[in-house]
Design a protein around this ligand. Structure first.
Ligand code: DX5
Ligand code: ZN
Length: 243
């Protein structure tokens, strides 16, 4: 797994669902690295969103990896449906899963990438034993359930801690952040060790269009002088001119 560049994962939760295909295609043309799909059931989080049919439709319009963020109480029940629909990776939550190891092994048996997410109040230490099995960790930087929320700054030291844990246990594992990521907070999370940025409202909710919003997000980091941990850099070859 290439950890040398910072990756962008646009979250379609804030997209215009009447134009979802076009918006995802625009994100791909603008150099997105993966598409983040938020699945909510109204139980695990106080909101509902979408299911496997949306993934099936998206599979036809993009060749980017489709990353499924499972904010549902029983992720195991739905894995097969999402795999059939064309999903490439799953992120499941530590919270509420009494058999996380089993869920992780099931995803691996399906030959899909697997990540574990932790909420803002969940300590980094819970990842210790499961970390060697993971392709990525997702540190939630808002409480899951909604787009357009404000970044929770107390998650920054935790991102740093998780980054150190990953470096020791499994250096190829991605460290992703999700929630309230914009031009300003992106830089802070990257400085703390994140290498994959999920952004919903900053990409699909901006009035400037998807491509320009992605340029702005990348630019927010670039313009700050950018002293990144280790050799991490944005892959600027992914930048595209917006028409
Ligand atoms: C929130 C979701 C996020 C959401 C982020 O529970 O997991 O992926 O789309 O939205 P923004 O970037 O607007 O905070
Ligand atoms: Zn998400």
């Amino acid at each position: 797994m290439d950890k040398g560049s910072i990756k962008l994962a646009p979250s379609i939760l804030s997209a215009d669902f009447a134009h979802l295909g076009e918006q995802v295609a625009e994100a791909e043309r603008a150099g997105a690295d993966r598409i983040h799909v938020d699945i909510m059931d109204g139980h695990f989080v106080p909101n509902i969103s979408m299911g496997a049919p949306v993934v099936q439709s998206l599979r036809k319009v993009t060749s980017l990896p489709l990353e499924i963020h499972m904010m549902i109480t029983d992720p195991d029940f739905f894995l097969d449906d999402f795999v059939k629909a064309g999903s490439d990776s799953f992120i499941v939550h530590w919270e509420g899963n009494n058999n996380l190891h089993r869920t992780v092994q099931r995803i691996k048996a399906l030959r899909k990438q697997v990540g574990v997410a932790i909420n803002p109040s969940t300590p980094a230490a819970v990842l210790g034993e499961i970390l060697p099995d993971l392709d990525q960790v997702l540190v939630m930087t808002v409480n899951p359930g909604f787009g357009h929320q404000s970044f929770i700054y107390s998650t920054l030291p935790k991102i740093r801690r998780v980054s150190h844990m990953i470096a020791e246990a499994t250096p190829t594992c991605d460290l992703e952040v999700d929630g309230g990521i914009d031009q300003a907070t992106a830089q802070l999370t990257v400085d703390a060790g994140a290498n994959v940025l999920v952004a919903g409202s900053a990409i699909f909710g901006a009035n400037v269009g998807v491509c320009a919003a992605m340029q702005k997000l990348r630019g927010g980091i670039k313009s700050n002088g950018l002293i990144l941990r280790s050799e991490q850099r944005f892959d600027f070859t992914k930048e595209r001119l917006c028409s």
